[in-house]
Each structure stands twice: as C-alpha cells, then as structure tokens.
Design a binder for this molecule. Sequence first.
Ligand SMILES: C[S@@+](CC[C@H](N)C(=O)[O-])C[C@H]1O[C@@H](n2cnc3c(N)ncnc32)[C@H](O)[C@@H]1O
Length: 279
Amino acid sequence: MQTNGYELIDSGDGRKLERFGDFVLERPAAQAAWRPRLPEGQWQQRAHARFDRVKGNHWHGRHRLPEEWECNIDGLRFRLSSTNFGHLGVFPEQRPMWRWLRESCSRRKGLRVMNLFAYSGGSSLAPAQGGASVCHVDASKGMVEWARDNARRNGLEEAPIRWIVDDVHAFLRREIKRGRQYDGIILDPPSFGRGAKGEAFKIEERINPLLDQLKQLLSDDPAFVLLSAHTPGFSAQVLANLLQQITPRSGKLDCGEMLLEGASKVPPLPSGAYARWQA
Ligand SMILES: C[S@@+](CC[C@H](N)C(=O)[O-])C[C@H]1O[C@@H](n2cnc3c(N)ncnc32)[C@H](O)[C@@H]1O
C-alpha cells in the first residue's frame, strides 16, 4: 500500500492524467490550456480508464477498474470508486488543507469543528486525527455513508464525529437556535448543489447568507475558518474578501490557488482556490 497514493502525471489539451493508488485515470481539466508534456501514446499506454463529457458523461475502459479500491493520500485512507459523474471520492487538491487542519487541531486541544459540504470526509478526518470533535454535514445520505466508511478505514470509527445528513442552511438555522458554538469552521461549497430535500444551492446567491449564519456560530475564541471553492470567478482574493466579513481582525488571513501536484518537473494544475483565517 503506497502512502503517497496520489500523483499528477501530466496535464494539457484540457485533460489531466492522474494516479490514484494502483490506477491511472485520464479525465477532463478545462484549465489545462497548455500542451501535454508526454506524448499521446504514453497517455494511452498508462491510463487504465478515461472519462469524458463529449456526448454526456462517459467512461472508457471502466471494466479495467475494480468496483472500489483504496488510496492513501498523506496519511488518510480513502475508498475510491468511479462514479457516473467522473468523481472518484476524493479531491487531492485539498491535501495541504488537511495538513493545515490536522496541525491546527493538534496545537489547541478540544476544538469543536464543523465541516460543511463535507463530501467523502477528508476535511472531517484530518481535524479528528488532530484531536478535534467534528460535526460533518452533507445533504447526500450516500456521501455521508461513504465518509463514515473512510472514518473506519482510518481507525476513527470511535472518534467524536457527528454525522449529519441535511441541507446546510436548514441545519445551521437549527444549530443557531440551539445556541451551538464552533471554534473551527470548514466549508467547500459547490457551484451548484442540492439539499437533502432538493433545495437548490447556488454559490453566488447563497454564500453571504451562509456566512451570516456562520458568524453566529463562531465561538468567542475561534481557532480557524477555511473556505474553498471550485467555481470560476471565485478567485483566492474573492474568497479572502468573503471570509474577512466574518473573521476577527486579529490573526492571520491567507489565500491562494489549490493545486494538483506530481513530481517536481510536472507543472502543477490549478484546481480551485482557498482562503483561510487562523487566530
Ligand atoms: C464538491 S463536494 C465538496 C468537496 C469536499 N469538501 C472535499 O473536498 O472533499 C460538494 C458536496 O456538497 C454537498 N451538497 C451540495 N449542496 C448541499 C446542501 N445544500 N447542503 C448540504 N450539502 C450539500 C454534496 O452532496 C457534495 O457532497
């Protein structure tokens, strides 16, 4: 079992070639405007399967992939599977965020952390590894089950993690009524999503009301807030400007691009942006 199970092998011509554990996949990457480094033959030889959106969503060579497999990214084990939408169950560009979360939670014991739009749980498990108690929220029952399976794979089945299947807005409204407080908040809102009862979520309409709710849930002595997104136009500076509406003036706010990375000679592939505040 490789401990660094993820690697960007190449990118270009609107595509990326990545290794996830024992399997190499080619998938679309609109931002890869440059030419690939490796010749086309190498891409074909190395890829076990290819995904494209030429005429709807299509996998090619999917039969060469197992139903599911495991990949260890920086000390976190993930169950992977080729979904019909081309997702695999992990976003490796979050890797530096997981390190930062783990470290932030190890430095100050007993932190209460909330992770919204939590998907397969990387940003819930990293704080739990650091010793925090975590509230994991996602509208998809299937994704919450997937994240719980990842928790088991990392020996965190007994860790203090609350698993919530709900629409973020509805859940936060209830948490505010209950007077709950959190020392650390993580959110990775999608460009467009659906709540547990089909409620539409559009980032440009919902981000400010969501941040207003989060401001009420931040404790008097907050440790960190991390906002990331993959939405065109939501650059690092846009995220930083949004975040500073709810974070204290003291402390440190930084922002940047999230990157998919491989060996040193492989150009990194930008994949979204982040802004984070730390006390
Ligand atoms: C792109 S994923 C986030 C990626 C994840 N944070 C990560 O890096 O691993 C978006 C997630 O948000 C969830 N979602 C979308 N709309 C939601 C809503 N209104 N309330 C709660 N979760 C929602 C989806 O079910 C999905 O799991």
